[in-house]
Ligand binder design. Structure first.
Ligand code: F6P
Length: 326
């Protein structure tokens, strides 16, 4: 196989806490193993526009604890076109980048896969998204930090919710997946988690605050995944206000604060391990794979599978929440 001398690294899609730790790991592991590293700014947009800079080990000093991404990120429509990917490939040729390590989520991997197919480029994916929606890895970089952020917010809302005996409807991110919402609900002792993977929202509302289940509680916190119902948390609040006008209902949309903040130890360690292994996978002549973490062990997962297979949320967490939220 063609020897890889220079690696390009980029972060793309929604930023996630721990992306910087992954950039640091890729950079240092590559240099330690005798490769050069070219950092690409603003994700695929920067690859198209040639925003490339060679990194030394010092360029990634002092970033392991920082949220966001020093490489910046973008959602790039142009890269979805053949012309866009051609320009990206031209930049790789010009900069003599032999392999790309892309740090991001589903959209990032979809783009990487197309580039790999069309130009026979070597790409490795490092899963980073707060949504935790990639198949083949137990956790994605940023997920644990976002989960903790949501839990902290809900703890604060609980104080005012119980004081005023109100129902708080809290909107949580997650794109098509309910991992953040369901696990944050368990961790914060919320009364319900409305997620796209489960029954209709109306049924869930009735279960959570309807007759029978509300015997001992005068307040409630319902977490609503942003896409579990059209209109999100506000739509749920409207339903509750109609069916249970006796409750004072308030809506909180957590929004992009869920993507910020200093990464947890878990995310830093995950990012460091995945980043190192992305480089080792290249030395191992791997291509078009995602580096995943399965039961604490590194796993090589075909990019196609990581994108196409739907990660199952299972039933035990759902059942636990229901048992515990009475
Ligand atoms: O994929 C991460 C994520 O934060 C999703 O949870 C959310 O639906 C989306 O990105 C928001 O995207 P944007 O920052 O482009 O509004």
């Amino acid at each position: 196989m063609y020897q890889i001398k220079t690696i390009g690294v980029l972060t793309s899609g929604g930023d996630a806490p721990g992306m910087n730790a992954a950039v640091r790991a890729v950079t240092r592991a590559a240099i330690v193993n005798g490769m050069r590293v070219k950092a690409i700014y603003r994700g695929y947009k920067g690859l198209i526009d040639g925003e490339v800079e060679e990194f030394t080990t010092q360029d990634v000093s002092g970033i392991i604890q920082r949220g966001g991404t020093i490489l910046k990120s973008a959602r790039c429509e142009e890269f979805k076109t053949e012309e866009g990917r051609k320009k990206a490939y031209d930049t790789m040729q010009r900069e003599q980048i032999d392999a790309l390590i892309v740090i991001g989520g589903d959209g990032t991997f979809t783009g990487a896969r197309l580039l790999a197919q069309e130009y026979n480029v070597t790409v490795i994916g490092v899963p980073a998204t707060i949504d935790n929606d990639l198949w083949g890895t137990d956790s994605t970089i940023g997920y644990d930090t976002a989960l903790n952020t949501i839990m902290d917010c809900v703890d604060k809302l609980r104080d005012t919710g119980t004081s005023h005996e109100r129902v708080f409807v809290v909107e949580v991110m997650g794109r098509d997946a309910g991992f953040l919402t369901l696990n944050a609900a368990i961790a914060s002792g919320a009364e319900a988690a409305m997620i796209p993977e489960r029954k209709t929202v109306e049924e869930q509302i009735e279960e959570a605050i309807g007759q029978g289940r509300r015997k001992h509680k005068n307040s409630a916190i319902l977490l609503v995944q942003e896409h579990s119902i059209e209109g999100g948390a506000q739509a749920v609040a409207n339903i509750i206000e109609k069916s249970h006008p006796e409750y004072g209902t308030r809506v909180t949309i957590l929004g992009h604060l869920q993507r910020g903040g200093t990464p947890t130890a878990s995310d830093r360690i995950l990012a460091s391990r995945l980043g190192c292994h992305a480089v080792l996978a290249l030395l191992d002549e791997q291509r078009s794979i995602m580096i995943g973490m399965q039961n604490g062990n590194i796993a090589y997962v075909p990019l196609t599978q990581s994108i196409k297979q739907k990660k199952d949320i299972g039933t035990d967490r759902w059942n636990a929440l229901h048992m515990l939220s009475i």
